[in-house]
Ligand binder design. Structure first.
Ligand code: L3W
Ligand code: SF4
Length: 425
């Protein structure tokens, strides 16, 4: 515990007190505090009251959707894995690296036993004996906190052989990434976990069919697994939390020009506008110019009334919200995003490797007032061709922000073409 680095001050607020119930203060909840506040009672309930199949049905009925960005139904993924013979593995994707995303780290650093409890219940439901947490290398404190929490859980009989005197045995190991965003893509993560270079595999087969060491593997995000104890605790009542089809709590990391950047817990019927208000509104009472939604794209002020759910008209993704105000330049923000994707492309697919580089170069020209309309046409061409000829989510989403800015902020693009941006001169 002495070795754990200082945790960063991150503002946390919740209207629900579910996922963030114990995470309001900037400290790690130890096993004693976790138990005395109801922790591990969902695991006890799962093992005493429910069969593994009962848990899978509960998760299916909850309609919980994966919180790692794609919103895939968790119960359906578990069911796919169960169609394949054991051994089965459970992998927690804690490689949180999306620009502006820092929600999973709050659970890991402040309430690690919530994640462990979720994983143990998931392991029981899936008939898995081993679980892995793949944590990004840039979360050194989180790594030590998880190692410590695993030791605490083993000492109390929640992990290891014959958990709580039953015939269910399950172990969790933590594996540190080395700073590559691509290792958050589930198949690259599995390659890395196997000790290989973190390059994505072609899908199908999906990990649920053939994952770690070719065995059926469920890869779930930290926040997804942390919802499992809540589902087991609340059972059917879980479906009273939030709007129909998008039940359960959701974490939203909000940053940029807001009064109170931080992680907010709410139901998914909250709108983007309400979320920004929850974060204290735009700094200094200014207007929102744009919201960058991580890899998903960019929204304008007149789109702020969309719900933060996974419907076709909803915000979706990881819930990442980076707010730009009226005095920010969207091309500046785009330069950061395109630099990120170029740097993080693993290079396996030529359109992604070269296309992300070219996107960034053209935007640099645009920023300097040296780009032409032909360059903008080429940017549009890249926005279609990079995703069409790439094999993984990074290539699919790398041009999202670029095509959104071209479509939604034509006046800013035109001003840069003329070398007359009001903000950057
Ligand atoms: C079995 C089938 N399983 C789909 C599983 C699949 C995966 C999940 C979702 O990328 C996106 C990416 C980022 N049988 C299946 C099946 N599955 N069909 O369902 O799959 P998919 O392909 O829709 O998405 P993905 O590969 O998981 C995730 C976007 O999310 N994103 C952010 C990511 C960043 C982070 C982070 O930093 N923490 O998560 C934001 O929008 O661009 O497109 O498990 O195996 N027939
Ligand atoms: Fe690598 Fe990009 Fe291809 Fe994904 S799309 S495998 S990141 S080159």
């Amino acid at each position: 515990r002495d070795k754990i680095p200082h945790l960063p001050e991150i503002h946390v607020e919740s209207s629900l007190n579910l996922l963030l119930r114990r995470a309001k203060e900037n400290r790690t909840v130890d096993i004693e505090e976790y138990e005395t506040t109801g922790g591990y009672s969902a695991l006890k309930k799962a093992l005493n009251k429910f069969s593994p199949e009962d848990i899978v049905v509960l998760v299916e009925e909850s309609t919980l959707r994966g919180r790692g960005g794609a919103g895939f139904p968790t119960g359906r993924k578990w069911r796919f894995a169960l169609m394949n013979p054991p051994p089965r593995y459970l992998v927690c994707n804690a490689d949180e690296s999306e620009p502006g995303t820092f929600k999973d780290r709050i659970i890991i650093e402040r309430d690690p036993h919530l994640l462990l409890e979720g994983m143990i219940i998931a392991g029981y439901a899936l008939g898995a004996k081993e679980g892995y947490i793949y944590i990004r290398g840039e979360y050194p404190a989180g790594y030590l906190i998880l190692e410590n929490a695993i030791k605490e859980a083993k000492d109390r009989g929640y992990l290891g052989k014959n958990i709580l005197g039953t015939d269910f045995s399950f172990d969790i190991k933590v594996y540190r990434g080395a700073g590559a965003y691509i290792c958050g893509e589930e198949t690259a993560l599995l390659e890395s976990l196997e000790g290989k270079r973190g390059h994505p595999r072609l899908r199908p087969p999906y990990p649920a069919q053939s994952g770690l060491y070719g065995k059926p593997t469920v890869v779930n995000n930290v926040e997804t697994l942390s919802n499992i104890p809540i589902i087991v605790t609340y059972e059917a009542y879980f479906m009273n939390i939030g709007p129909s089809g998008f039940y359960g709590p959701k974490l939203f990391p909000v940053s940029g020009k807001v009064e109170k950047p931080g992680v907010y817990e709410a139901t998914m019927d909250i709108t983007l506008r309400e979320l920004i208000e929850m974060a204290g509104g735009v700094k200094g009472g200014k207007q929102v110019k744009a919201v960058f939604a991580g890899a998903l794209g960019v929204y304008r002020e007149d789109e702020l009334d969309m719900p933060m759910d996974y419907s076709p008209k909803g915000f979706g993704g990881t819930g990442t919200t980076i707010v730009l105000d009226e005095d920010d330049c969207v091309i500046d923000a785009l330069l950061v995003v395109t630099q990120f994707f170029h740097h993080e492309s693993c290079g396996k697919c030529t359109p992604c490797r070269i296309g992300t580089y070219e996107q960034h170069q053209i935007l640099k020209k645009l920023k300097e007032g040296k780009a032409t309309h032909k360059d903008i046409d080429y940017l549009r061409h890249l926005s279609q061709n990079i995703p069409a000829n790439s094999i993984c989510g990074l290539g699919f989403s790398a041009p999202n922000a670029v095509s959104d800015v071209l479509r939604k902020f034509p006046e800013e693009v035109e001003a840069h073409l003329k070398g007359k941006c009001r903000i950057c001169g």
